[in-house]
Write a new protein. Structure first.
Length: 224
């Protein structure tokens, strides 16, 4: 990602190693900063060891993972329930839960070692608004509905709609983090989008602090 290579050279912006402690990040996260900084520390110390992130990701936890996840938060509802499917290390779900304490957040993850990690993080951070559910998203179709489903780097849009929309209440939304070329995934997803009377997906830009590359977010509302 171009922004990552250029990050350290941007005037007035700290390099990747000090980004998490910068005034810009503290200001952006506000009251959520301490909780998210603790989570970032846990991820830095244990993420590679527990197979949650690769070794090259450790120095880039803040810009590539924490802030990338935080970029979706302004597009989520302020109250109600949100599910993060394929939550993995808790990205973006844990970040969402810390930043939006009034939301009920459901972390859905099929791998046992990851759900063990998620449960530990929830306890360590004292997150009373989080449930961890082990399984694939499809296993929970009909079990619960939420106001929004989010995900990060899980699957192509057509597959994500099939996985996510049955969990979304009518009038609720999918709000997902995707790659820059997501526009190419829209046409192949139209048939399954029609099944849920969904409109055209909105492709949005998620920003956090100056000097950190923006994030591509796709939002689409369920019609029936």
């Amino acid at each position: 990602m171009a922004g990552q290579e250029e990050f350290g050279s941007i005037a007035g912006v700290p390099d990747a190693e000090t980004l998490g402690a910068s005034d810009a990040v503290r200001a952006h996260l506000g009251d959520a900063y301490d909780g998210i900084a603790h989570y970032a520390e846990l991820l830095r110390d244990q993420g590679e060891l527990r197979g949650l992130i690769g070794p090259r990701e450790v120095p880039r936890i803040w810009e590539r993972h924490i802030l990338n996840s935080a970029a979706v938060v302004p597009y989520l509802p302020t109250t109600g329930a949100v599910a993060d499917i394929g939550s993995g290390a808790g990205l973006p779900g844990v970040v969402v839960a810390v930043m939006r304490s009034d939301l009920e957040v459901i972390l859905v993850e099929p791998m046992e070692r990851r759900t063990t990690w998620l449960a530990e993080v929830v306890t360590e951070l004292g997150l009373t608004n989080v449930q961890v559910k082990r399984g694939r998203a499809e296993e929970y179709h009909g079990a619960f509905e939420v106001d929004a489903v989010t995900s990060r780097a899980v699957a192509a849009l057509s597959k994500l709609v099939r996985m996510s929309m049955p969990l979304v209440r009518v009038g609720g939304e999918m709000v997902i983090l995707k790659g820059r070329n997501v526009a190419q995934e829209v046409e192949p997803a139209r048939k399954v989008l029609r099944k849920y009377a969904a409109g055209d997906p909105e492709i949005l830009e998620g920003t956090t602090v100056a000097g950190v590359e923006s994030t591509t977010i796709v939002r689409v509302r369920r019609g029936k």
